[in-house]
Design a protein around this ligand. Structure first.
Ligand SMILES: [Ca+2]
Ligand SMILES: [Ca+2]
Ligand SMILES: [Ca+2]
Ligand SMILES: [Ca+2]
Length: 487
């Protein structure tokens, strides 16, 4: 079924489209599906990805810390962030030490029969590439669905899992051996309405899944159920929250355990705030509706340069068709305070964005500007040193008119899923000069860059952040390893 459904939905699947490009959250539910808007993900989690891209270590460290994911440790499992391990640097695992082989793949990365496929002469399996290895592709059929939208990840000790959503619901795939993924099962969506767009986030061993499907609400799934699955399962949700019907995204502050559904029919499409500490019974704790429809957001405890707001819980929201980004203090959920609302030239659809690791700068994508407003993929770069007055300091333009979609930061790397151009990884060392330097790429849509096909999102927050997952609308789950650059 996946296939047929997918095909039928294919067309306008951009993320944007539908949903109320005008910022009114209203449309969203309605449109939900098809073209519905913009998608994705935001999340907080990664937020803090402080470290650097490379360290394999984190993995272990985090692993131990959280073994069983208990509620308290919000971050350990999944998020990249917290732990920086001093010792580990970029170089270590991958590049430096191993002089042995040229592919630099630690043996343990892929113990199974399939091995990493190197990018040779700028190509791997027919896809243009640079500084990557293609580890695996799990097709939409294998995932049990049609067209894929977003994804997130989970780490349990040394085991890595992908939570990836498609037209039929959510698929869970173990990618501990990323060259030999294991499909564990599927959780069907909770609404019979069709929707291309679903959005999963993970916190503390639980997955929270929303959808543009009308009446979907939020599914809650205990990821620990995946730990001893012997064959693919047909799962049911552990709990369901019906305080809203459709929603475009669920954002989680992994440090605090608060969730923020956005683009729902409630709160004027703004932040529908949830206390997730009892995951089986999420509780609505507030609403931020002042800026109207919000497409995506990043929420975190703020430890950045604007000391006036130190240690406050801050959400930066990307407000879709209104073409603006808001900074909101949500520390008091019953009385959120909008600190600023900032526009930018040639705005069409303020889609998604992510802070640099030091919270000084913000990368923002506009999903619809590549129509008539700009002629190449644009990444807006804001100086956020004053949350009360962000300043646009520059724009980075890609080489083609590809539509940008989701982007995340880990360490000094910016990972972008740019639809028809696929995955692009940038070094952000000169972000203050508004310069991004591409260090790796994989074009998952050969022969075409424009439009709303190709890569929806990327998940770089597993501890070994050179091993990343990417969700491609047509291909499914794409596992990639970023390889060290040859100077
Ligand atoms: Ca999303
Ligand atoms: Ca754009
Ligand atoms: Ca300030
Ligand atoms: Ca392409």
């Amino acid at each position: 079924m996946g296939v047929a459904l997918a095909a039928s939905l294919l067309v306008g699947a951009g993320c944007y489209a539908a949903a109320s490009p005008d910022g009114s959250g209203v449309g969203n539910d309605a449109e939900t599906d098809e073209d519905a808007e913009p998608s994705e993900d935001v999340s907080s989690s990664g937020t803090e990805p402080a470290e650097d891209t490379s360290d394999g270590e984190t993995a272990s460290s985090s692993a131990d810390s959280d073994d069983d994911d208990d509620p308290s440790d919000a971050d350990d499992d999944d998020d990249p962030s917290g732990d920086e391990d001093p010792g580990e640097e970029e170089g270590d695992d991958d590049d430096v030490p191993d002089s042995d082989d040229d592919d630099d793949v630690p043996e343990e990365l892929c113990a199974g029969p399939n091995k990493p496929k190197p990018c040779v002469g700028g190509e791997v399996e027919g896809y243009d590439c640079g500084n990557v290895e293609l580890l695996s592709i799990t097709s939409t059929d294998e995932l049990g669905g049609g067209r894929v939208s977003d994804m997130w990840g989970w780490l349990h000790r040394d085991r890595r899992f992908a939570v990836i959503v498609h037209t039929n619901g959510t698929a869970f795939v173990e990618v501990t051996d990323p060259c030999n993924p294991v499909m564990l099962g599927m959780l069907p969506q909770s609404s019979s309405a069709n929707a291309i767009h679903h959005d999963p986030k993970v916190w503390d061993g639980w997955a929270f899944i929303v959808s543009e499907a009308q009446g979907h609400g939020m599914q809650v799934f205990d990821l620990r159920r995946l730990l001893d699955v012997a064959s693919p399962q047909a799962f049911e949700a552990d709990a369901h929250y019906d305080g809203f019907g459709s929603a475009h995204n669920i954002v989680i502050d992994e440090e605090t355990g608060y969730g923020f559904a956005v683009g729902s029919g409630t709160c004027s499409g703004g932040l529908h705030m949830l206390d997730l500490h009892d995951p089986l019974s999420p509780t609505r704790v507030g609403c931020f509706s002042q800026a109207g429809y919000v497409h995506d957001a990043q929420c975190l405890i703020y430890r950045g340069p604007d000391t006036e707001h130190a240690d406050k819980e801050i959400c930066v929201t990307f407000n879709g068709g209104s073409g603006k980004m808001s900074v909101v203090d949500v520390t008091d959920k019953s009385s959120p305070r909008e600190l600023s609302r900032t526009g930018y030239p040639k705005a069409a659809y303020c889609h998604q964005g992510w802070f640099t690791s030091d919270l000084r700068y913000m990368f923002v994508g506009d999903e619809l500007d590549e129509g008539d407003l700009v002629d190449r993929t644009r990444t807006l770069i804001f100086d956020m040193s004053d949350l009360d007055e962000p300043v646009l300091i520059g724009e980075h333009f890609g080489a083609t008119r590809a539509t940008d979609h989701n982007q995340y930061v880990v360490g000094d790397r910016l990972y972008q899923a740019n639809d028809g151009l696929g995955l692009q990884v940038f070094d952000t060392a000169d972000v203050s000069g508004a310069n991004l330097t591409e260090v790796a790429y994989l074009d998952t849509l050969p022969g075409k860059d424009e439009g709303f096909d190709g890569l929806w999102s990327v998940y770089p927050f597993w501890p070994e952040s050179e091993v990343i997952g990417a969700s491609d609308r047509n291909l499914g789950l794409v596992m990639v390893r970023i390889v060290p650059q040859v100077p």
